[in-house]
Design a protein around this ligand. Structure first.
Ligand SMILES: [Zn+2]
Length: 72
């Protein structure tokens, strides 16, 4: 599966849905970073308590770049 466009994907910090600048309904700049939201209600939740959503939670094993060349 490959996306055929070059739209960068962002994660809605409230509901964790993936949105692009095209599909995002709303956006908000917080601490110089732009966050995109799938719905206005998500943005409102974010603005009501941005710390809650931007705080890094302790995650076990944060792995973002897994090698994709291991399939053969
Ligand atoms: Zn959302």
């Amino acid at each position: 599966m490959k996306r055929n466009n070059n739209e960068p994907i962002f994660k809605d910090p409230v509901c964790n849905m993936e949105v692009s600048r095209k599909t995002a309904i709303d956006e908000c700049v917080y601490h110089g970073k732009t966050y995109y939201f799938c719905a206005t209600s998500c943005r409102e939740s974010f603005e009501a308590d941005p710390e809650r959503y931007t705080r890094q939670h302790r995650q076990h094993g944060l792995k973002q770049n897994e090698p994709t060349s291991s399939l053969s």
